[in-house]
Write a protein that binds this ligand. Structure first.
Ligand code: KG4
Ligand code: ZN
Length: 346
């Protein structure tokens, strides 16, 4: 589809974007609520819904104005249908439905994770179009809510690993909270870790006895950090804090990289894609490249397409529209509902 407007409101970012041909981002607007949720140390669903209602129309207006297009020119309206916080999703979904109805456009419900996997394809006007990963490829989707590996073929996505407990981003957020470093944890942990010695503490990598070879687990790592704090008797300060944070980050990164490398090897792929907010992490990007390249090419989107945004939803709309048409869904069906869980596999 040539021109798609998308809305995204699955968590604590209200976003809208206009994307041409699935890759060129003509307009992109993101209103983040981090300042609102910060004092609670995490996303409060009710507050997220209320603030989406406030921000949703302004972000649509901004994205459309930046793109310089009118509603009549759109080929479709896409929206995140799930997975996510249902009250939050409903705001974007209802606005997208209303716009689609008012302007008589097809409505494309998009899986948020399919969106994340599409981040690597996006670019702004004036930027070169990123090289598409060759299929099949392994994708690591690593965010505040998800940590999973996918094997992506032409028109086919299969989940090959998942976290057994916390998502990686959740671990960054919880460890930062334990250490009194604020929210969200990822960026502050990365900043403090730069001054620390990653070898100061030997923190554990999970092992599974039941053959879930590529699966992830972060709760043991979180507990190990808590044990260090208890042993110290107080929160570490200065260099000692940097050492602990750097050791935590290194253990989290090592787990993500080793599991991804194992999966890439087992499935014989030549390309690996990183997606989701944790893919902003510089240590993860560097270590993934160091371990996999040159044998396997690592594709990493710029940070703006890693964290939640609507351009990735617009970009993923084509494939989703095709799949739904094939399954006999009516693109003018206005009865769509949001879904809290929605496994990505087709
Ligand atoms: O994809 P995202 O914006 O929202 C979800 O769908 O969850 O990811 C947010 C998560 C948060 O847990 C945040 O701490 C983490 O991504 N994050 C990072 C970094 N930047 C964001 N984690 C590690 N290092 C970073 N630089
Ligand atoms: Zn996300």
């Amino acid at each position: 589809m040539a021109l798609v407007l998308a809305l995204e409101s699955s968590c604590d970012e209200t976003a809208a974007a206009v994307v041409r041909d699935g890759h060129l981002v003509l307009g992109n607007s993101v209103a983040t609520q981090v300042d609102i949720h910060r004092k609670w140390g995490g996303v409060v669903p009710e507050l997220a819904s209320r603030n989406h209602v406030v921000d949703v129309v302004p972000v649509v207006r901004e994205a459309m104005a930046e793109a310089g297009v009118g509603f009549a020119e759109l080929d479709a309206i896409a929206v995140t249908r799930g997975p996510g916080l249902v009250g939050a999703l409903l705001v974007g979904l209802q606005v997208a439905k209303s716009l689609a109805w008012a302007h008589d456009k097809p409505l494309v419900p998009v899986n948020h994770l399919a969106g994340h996997l599409h981040g690597v394809r996006l670019h702004l006007p004036g930027e070169p179009r990123p090289e598409a990963p060759a299929t099949p490829f392994v994708a690591l989707c690593v965010s505040g809510g998800h940590t999973a590996l996918y094997l992506v073929g032409d028109g086919r996505v299969r989940q090959i690993a998942n976290t057994r407990d916390d998502a990686a981003g959740e671990a960054f957020d919880k460890v930062a909270r334990m250490l009194g470093l604020g929210y969200p944890g990822g960026p502050v942990v990365e900043r403090i870790a730069r001054d620390g010695d990653a070898a100061a503490y030997d923190l554990p990598l999970p092992r599974f006895k039941d053959g879930g070879a590529f699966d992830f687990s972060f709760s043991g790592l979180k507990t190990a950090v808590l044990t260090v704090i208890q042993r110290l008797g107080a929160l570490p300060q200065g260099r000692a804090m940097a050492d602990l944070v750097a050791s935590f980050q290194a253990a989290a990164v090592e787990q993500l990289v080793q599991r991804t490398a194992d999966a890439a090897r087992a499935h014989g792929v030549g390309d690996v894609v990183l997606a989701g907010g944790v893919a902003c992490n510089g240590a993860l990007r560097a270590r993934m490249r160091a371990v996999l390249e040159p044998g396997v090419k690592v594709h990493v989107p710029p940070p703006r397409w890693c964290t939640d945004n609507a351009a990735m939803i617009a970009g993923a709309a084509d494939a989703e529209a095709e799949r739904r048409l094939g399954a006999g869904h009516d693109p003018h069906d206005r009865r769509l509902n949001a879904v809290a869980t929605w496994a990505l596999s087709a």
